[in-house]
Write a protein that binds this ligand. Structure first.
Ligand SMILES: Nc1ncnc2c1ncn2[C@@H]1O[C@H](COP(=O)(O)OP(=O)(O)OP(=O)(O)O)[C@@H](O)[C@H]1O
Ligand SMILES: [Mg+2]
Length: 239
């Protein structure tokens, strides 16, 4: 797939059936290959909803959303799932790690549903497990790998870096992170963002990062602010 935009939104509007007005109204938004966007807004402003629309798990919008040149609304549910598995690395607020798997197995899991990411991981690391280990070391978790720590015994900051490695493995074009730093102190938070930015840049991916915390905006190319009461910006946004 060749496109200079990882994400393209055109006249997107979305509302839940019980709401008096649209929750999301975004005239135009583009994230270029390698670009980064900071998505902020108060609780309830629709940040997670927008991420769910972009990752193809929520439909029912008007307008269009393209991911890596594919218009989501033209795809079957199965194709949308495959597009997500192949092209999007997700970091959830609660990380969604499986405690009964090792950190390496948790990272490797992202390749299970994507042949494309599996193959790319093998090219980079030799095997998927070796690539998972390489990424964990890269993210400062060498000790966790060497001492064979259980995922359930990891600190929040360590779990977060395992979740980041899982998003990065197999070089997906888009990394989406939903409030992944809210449980951290400011020093660990800044260190994590710098690390995530560096890894994302090294892989050439685009980054969409969500947080309430306005002070993080300077890390990213652009900011999109969703307003719960004021409506969303009318401006076209490219980053
Ligand atoms: N499945 C649903 N059905 C109906 N309304 C929903 C549903 N999911 C979310 N909402 C509503 O949509 C609005 C936006 O929710 P969303 O989770 O996107 O906000 P958010 O900006 O991510 O908030 P937070 O910062 O608290 O995570 C809220 O008013 C929420 O109650
Ligand atoms: Mg949310």
């Amino acid at each position: 797939m060749t496109t200079s935009h990882t994400v393209e939104i055109d006249r997107l509007a979305f509302g839940w059936p019980n709401m008096p007005r649209a929750l999301l109204d975004i005239p135009r938004l583009q994230i270029e290959t390698g670009g980064s966007l900071f998505l902020r807004g108060p609780s309830g402003s629709g940040k997670s909803t927008l991420l769910n629309l972009l990752s193809g798990v929520q439909g029912g919008y008007s307008g269009s959303i393209s991911i890596c040149g594919e218009r989501l609304e033209t795809l079957s549910a199965h194709r949308r799932d495959q597009l997500r598995a192949d092209h999007i690395g997700l970091i959830f607020q609660q990380f969604n790690l499986l405690p009964w798997l090792s950190p390496i197995e948790n990272v490797a899991l992202a390749c299970r549903f994507s042949k494309r990411r599996r193959e790319k991981a093998k090219v980079s690391g030799g095997t998927v497990a070796k690539e998972a280990e390489r990424l964990l070391r890269e993210l400062g978790l060498g000790e966790v790998v060497e001492s064979r720590r259980r995922t359930s015994s990891l600190s929040i900051g360590q779990q977060q870096r395992v979740a980041a490695a899982r998003a990065l493995i197999g070089n997906p074009e888009l990394i989406i992170a939903d409030e992944p730093t809210s449980a951290l102190d400011s020093e660990h938070r800044d260190r994590f963002i710098d690390l995530l930015m560096a890894e994302t840049r090294a892989s050439g991916a685009s980054l969409l990062f969500v947080s309430h915390d306005a002070s993080l905006a300077s890390h990213f190319d652009r900011t999109l602010e969703l307003g719960a009461t004021t409506g969303n910006s009318e401006e076209a946004l490219t980053c």
